[in-house]
Design a protein around this ligand. Sequence first.
Ligand code: SMG
Ligand code: MG
Length: 381
Amino acid sequence: MRLTEVELRRVRLPLVTPFRTSRYTEDWKHALLVRLRTEEGVVGWGECVAMEVDVYSPETIDDAVKMLRGTLIPMVLEMESVTAEGAKEAFTRAEGHPMAKAALEMALLDAQLRLDHRSLAEYLGAKRTRVEAGVSVGIMPEKDLIDTVRRYLVEERYRRIKLKIEPGWDVEPVRLVRDTFGSRVPLQVDGNGAYKLDDAQHLAELDRYDLLMIEQPLAADDLDGHAKLARELTTPICLDEPITCTADAIEAIDRGAAAIINIKPGRVGGYLEAREIHRVCAERDVPVWVGGMVETGLGRWANVALAALPHFTLVGDLSASERFFTRDITPPVVVDRDGYIQVPDKPGIGVEPDPAALDEATEDVDQIDVPARVLATGHSR
Ligand code: SMG
Ligand code: MG
């Protein structure tokens, strides 16, 4: 594959309701999209999960733009023949920036699989044709919690609920949800690093509610703390933020800091690395699930494809487009009456942005110059 066009596009979509975590309240989804075209005229799309601000990860959208423009895009433009696998290998020469790398790799994968007439799900090794839908519930006034969870569980048929927690909003919302909806509802919580090891006794009060896991209670870099906390809780600990590659996942498991891993393709450098983490976790019998970064339909549909791999035994943060957006930029992700999402089976990620919706969401388009000599060699082949 040779590239003839690369474009970086900033989009923003209003959220249907603010999404509050222990770190930040999001009112708008800001995303950076990568669009590329090959000499055959095939277009591929990628989505970067970096946020505007560095509250979840140090990597922001501005950082990703700089990295893509300055380093990663020039690397792939220079390649005689570029593939997603080859780009991933080349990207190891640049330190860090997994979210920027993941976005470009996703666009390359999309284009290459379209050329090969293969779906992302099939390419990654998916075994399922539908996946269970799970929803992440932000921190909210107590009076709104039960109605919100009821809507997700009863009307929209989500098969798993994740509550965002922080000190002062943890045991009580869990108790309320358990008391109202019973012990059979698959329920988990996510602290986004808001707790200290000193909170262990308090967090142990969650043990009686039979949660699937507590996600990222302590600071991202505190593997020792998570390992110690794991010895004081019966609720399994899942790590999210600190896992940026396969080696991180193995280290967290080996050090007893994670019994479960949240795999976000955008956070770990792409779908290929996500598949590798899935593989090493399967080997070690460590359950995994696909995390979410409030992606637009582009990233979300691709995540659904990943979640169809056999060892994704826990329900992911895979919710419908309407959970966050009134108008997604792709055909919407929908949850069926049984609480499942169909795995896309068309070539590549299987969807494209709707031009009008994309236009409405677009803030800025940055067309990258493809050096004339690259285009010239491309045409002479
Ligand atoms: O995409 O459904 C979603 C949101 C899932 O809670 C979610 N993600 O820490 O796991 C997490 C958060 C990170 C995103 S907050 C912007
Ligand atoms: Mg999380």
